[in-house]
Design a protein around this ligand. Structure first.
Ligand SMILES: *[C@@H]1O[C@H](CO)[C@@H](O)[C@H](O)[C@H]1NC(C)=O
Ligand SMILES: *[C@@H]1O[C@H](CO)[C@@H](O)[C@H](O)[C@H]1NC(C)=O
Ligand SMILES: *[C@@H]1O[C@H](CO)[C@@H](O)[C@H](O)[C@H]1NC(C)=O
Length: 340
């Protein structure tokens, strides 16, 4: 309890009231935890970790890890298609991709930070690393993942991520091959990702002294091509954290978004003094220029505890929901922004 009191005492010290240009008073305080989508139990877990004296990275690991246990929205944890994670604190970044048969993937990402000089481990060897670090091998198949797969087979493997192959991937299942003669179709930049597939939890934690940590956890795209690695384990794409500027985490169509390093870019905007909401919006606008119909959103927070979010407006996604925890809010609170 003493520890908790001290923490809240410090919170009062770093409280800053901000007068926004519009005149509406908004306030910032530390610590702050912000995560994508309405994944409340993840937020609660991260907040509890901070309250009990855990580090910012502990909070990110346990918060995102909660989604691996709960299968937030049925799409983040095991039971889907495995598996990529990252976590980052200051300049320390650890990530795994293509992990198989290991449930607590963000825990493995953290072990990459703690016990190796590497940054990213992938595939079967990443799974062996996990076992060496003491994580159990488990069968992650669920009834839901099995029926999802057989439904997909039954509808001629639609949708999928192939293009320009034979047989025609928009009509039938594979195995696909290169055609004799290629007639390239114009690339679809519209998203096949369902807006209901809230596939990624991204989290940013800023501690009382401004230490920034971030993390993401996802199963990756449903029905992806084996070997595909998305944005989540890529530094600066899925998330980014820099204790001299801020943190950001992205969610959505990783195949498109990772080409823009959106989390890195958002943090760089904040480093230049850009308001977190504006930083998030600038990143979304930049991607939108090339891929008007992409499905995606991003959360941003700076080192003094101001935060914001932005999303690309497409049919089915006009608002983006996220959860914020801070000493100014009595409990983790769902907030929303209108997409741009
Ligand atoms: C900030 O907090 C972190 C975690 O609580 C701690 O490890 C670090 O030493 C602190 N840094 C400073 C400058 O107080
Ligand atoms: C496959 O789809 C058809 C209709 O499109 C349906 O009648 C049939 O029950 C489905 N089979 C399975 C195994 O889901
Ligand atoms: C964080 O953002 C707020 C709101 O735009 C701003 O007032 C504050 O100065 C920023 N903090 C830093 C460290 O840039």
């Amino acid at each position: 309890m003493a520890r908790r009191d001290r923490r809240w005492g410090m919170v009062a010290l770093v409280f800053v009231a901000v007068l926004t240009p519009g005149g509406a008073a908004s306030a910032a305080a530390l610590p702050v935890v912000i995560n994508t989508w309405a994944f409340r139990t993840a937020a609660e877990t991260a907040w509890r970790v901070l309250e009990s004296g855990g580090s910012e990275l502990d909070a990110v690991e346990r918060g995102c890890g909660q989604c691996e246990i709960d299968q937030c929205d049925g799409s983040v944890g095991y039971g889907g298609s495995p598996d990529e994670r990252n976590c980052m604190e200051k300049i320390f970044f650890g990530a795994v991709a293509g992990l198989r048969r290991v449930k607590n993937a963000i825990g493995v990402a953290r072990k990459v930070i703690e016990y190796t000089k590497h940054t990213l481990l992938v595939g079967e060897s990443a799974s062996l690393f996990a076992v060496r670090m003491g994580f159990p091998y488990e069968d992650l198949t669920t009834q839901k993942s099995l029926s999802l797969y057989s439904e997909w087979l039954n509808q001629s493997c639609q949708p999928n991520y192939w293009k320009n192959v034979v047989p025609d991937s928009s009509k039938s299942c594979g195995p696909y091959k290169r055609p004799e003669k290629v007639t390239y179709k114009e690339e679809q930049t519209s998203s096949q990702r369902s807006v209901h597939n809230h596939d990624t939890i991204g989290m940013v934690v800023i501690g009382v002294n401004g230490t920034v940590a971030s993390g993401t956890s996802t199963n990756g795209a449903v029905h992806k091509i084996p070997g595909r690695v998305g944005d989540s384990p890529i530094a600066g794409a899925g998330s980014y954290a820099d204790s001299t500027a801020g943190g950001a985490a992205a969610t959505g169509d990783g195949d498109v978004m990772m080409r823009f390093l959106p989390s890195y870019q958002a943090v760089e905007y904040m480093r230049m003094g850009t308001d977190p909401t504006v930083a998030c919006q600038k990143v979304i606008s930049r991607i939108k220029k090339y891929a008007p119909k992409f499905f995606g959103a991003i959360i941003c927070a700076n080192t003094t505890g101001s935060y914001g979010a932005a999303c690309n407006k497409i049919p089915g996604l006009t608002q983006f929901h996220f959860i914020v925890s801070s000493p100014l809010l009595s409990r983790p609170t769902e907030q929303a922004v209108d997409c741009i």
